[in-house]
Write a protein that binds this ligand. Structure first.
Ligand code: ADP
Length: 449
């Protein structure tokens, strides 16, 4: 500032001196007016230059482009430097804020949950892709649209009408279809001045798991209650009636059947829960194919004799490709044994007397190993096939129970196969018979050297 005054007064003095010199050189009688006029003109010139500089600085500030700063010395130059420094700092802080906002928005975008921000009029300010996909709104086109105009589900409308909702609401998602339901949970929170935040979450799997859990508990209770009721009926009979030894023996035998049924059910349930909770079977433990086939063959004949009650026995045959005599399956011995034996015992149980059962082992062209269990039983109608591996799903309930079935056998087989990276495929024709095929990938078996 001092330099500014200094330059101003120096110029005044210089102008005055020039005026004075002019008067002296021109022999003017009065030199004072010349001196004053010279100083005045110099002052005006200074102000003009100063105004011009000020004008350039103002234009630059208006533009706000740091790179276009005018090259001016003196006081205005200092002002430009200071302003440039300030602007640079401001720009840096704006850049940092913008980056933070970008990071924040990309984090919300990456979230598996949906986020919708509404203004005080319930108009969409911003939403992430997840919310857009779940609710069927467009993240750009629908900005500033009232959410109520876009989502017309009565459940949602009623939810938005509540002043302070405590709980989330669940409604059908945009991709909801009769054969493939999609359920979205929406939770509303208030924030800022009348603004609202909607958090959305796909709860389809959760709801399905909950429904499955309910069905499972109901099924287990039902399965246990039936033999338990029969058992307690027999106990009551034994307690109240005076039965002879022969009758008592008969009742006790019937009670043993029900107890066995319950025991079978509990064992299958425990097997399933063990399968769910244990890690993937290792490739280090092995089960020789020949052992597996042998024990299944013995089991099959034993079961066939038990259930045929002297009627014509079933024709049961086991065939193993001669190249696979030394093959071993890699995985959990107990699980693999239970999977194959479940299929074989089903074939025996669902094939009438005189029928044929063929268990064969062969190699696929892709290096897989296949275990096939074919029977000439009653067969299964096509509509049941996709559901056979569901827990407690039976085509013929009474037939399954009569033959000691728990309804969990194929669920166990499927689970064991999945854990070993193998697969179960079922083909069947009513009146012709069924074929259950286990396919083990090349990584799950080898020929013993
Ligand atoms: P279950 O203990 O009732 O046999 P599974 O899970 O082993 O339960 O089988 C489910 C249902 O699939 C059975 O109830 C039966 O209706 C049908 N099923 C299984 N294997 C055969 C087969 N070999 N032939 C005909 N139906 C079968």
């Amino acid at each position: 500032m001092i330099s500014r005054f200094f330059s101003f007064f120096s110029l005044l003095a210089f102008g005055g001196a020039l005026g004075f010199a002019w008067a002296v050189m021109g022999d003017k009688p009065l030199s004072m007016p010349y001196l004053m006029s010279g100083a005045l003109l110099a002052g005006l010139l200074w102000m003009l230059v100063d105004a011009w500089r000020g004008y350039r600085v103002r234009s630059w500030l208006r533009q706000g482009d740091l790179g276009m700063a005018p090259e001016i010395s003196g006081w205005w130059g200092v002002l430009i430097d200071r302003s440039r420094k300030l602007l640079r700092e401001r720009e840096r802080s704006i850049d940092a804020s913008e980056q933070r906002l970008k990071d924040f928005l990309s984090a919300i975008q990456a979230s598996p949950n949906g986020v919708v921000m509404l203004d005080s009029n319930a108009q969409i300010e911003w939403c992430n892709q997840t919310a857009a996909a779940q609710l069927g709104i467009h993240p750009e086109r629908d900005v500033m649209q009232r959410i109520g105009n876009l989502l017309r589900d009565p459940v949602f409308t009623a939810y938005m009408a509540v002043e302070q909702p405590n709980e989330a609401v669940v409604m059908a998602g945009r991709k909801d279809r009769v054969d493939r339901p999609v359920r979205i949970s929406i939770q509303r929170h208030r924030y800022g001045e009348g603004k609202q935040l909607l958090l959305t979450r796909d709860v389809t799997l959760l709801e399905q798991a909950e429904a499955m859990r309910r069905d499972f508990v109901a099924n287990v209770s039902h399965e246990i209650r039936t033999p338990l009721t029969v058992l307690s009926g027999f106990v009551e009979t034994l307690q109240t009636l005076d039965l002879n030894a022969e009758e008592q023996k008969r009742y006790l035998a019937l009670m043993a059947i029900q107890a066995d049924r319950m025991q079978g059910l509990v064992e299958d349930l425990l097997t399933l829960s063990r399968l769910e909770g244990s890690p993937t079977p290792s490739l280090q433990s092995t089960l020789p194919l020949a052992h597996l086939m042998q024990s299944c063959e013995q089991e099959a004949h034993g079961l066939s004799d038990t259930i045929s009650h002297g009627a014509e026995p079933q024709h049961i045959e086991f065939q193993t490709d001669h190249l696979l005599g030394d093959a071993v399956l890699l995985g959990n011995e107990r699980e693999l044994q239970s999977a194959v034996s479940n299929l074989v015992s089903n074939a025996v149980r669902y094939t009438p007397a005189g029928g044929r059962i063929l268990v064969s082992v062969g190699q696929g062209s892709d290096g897989s190993l296949m275990v096939e269990v074919r029977d000439t039983g009653a067969g299964i109608a096509a509509e049941h096939l996709p559901r056979l591996t569901e827990r407690f799903y039976r085509v013929d309930r009474s037939r399954s129970r009569e033959s000691g079935g728990t309804g969990l056998g194929l669920a166990i087989v499927k689970h064991v196969m999945q854990r070993h990276g193998a697969s179960l495929s079922i083909s069947s024709e009513v009146g012709q018979g069924s074929c259950f095929k286990l396919t083990f990938p090349a990584t799950r078996w080898r020929l013993n050297p």
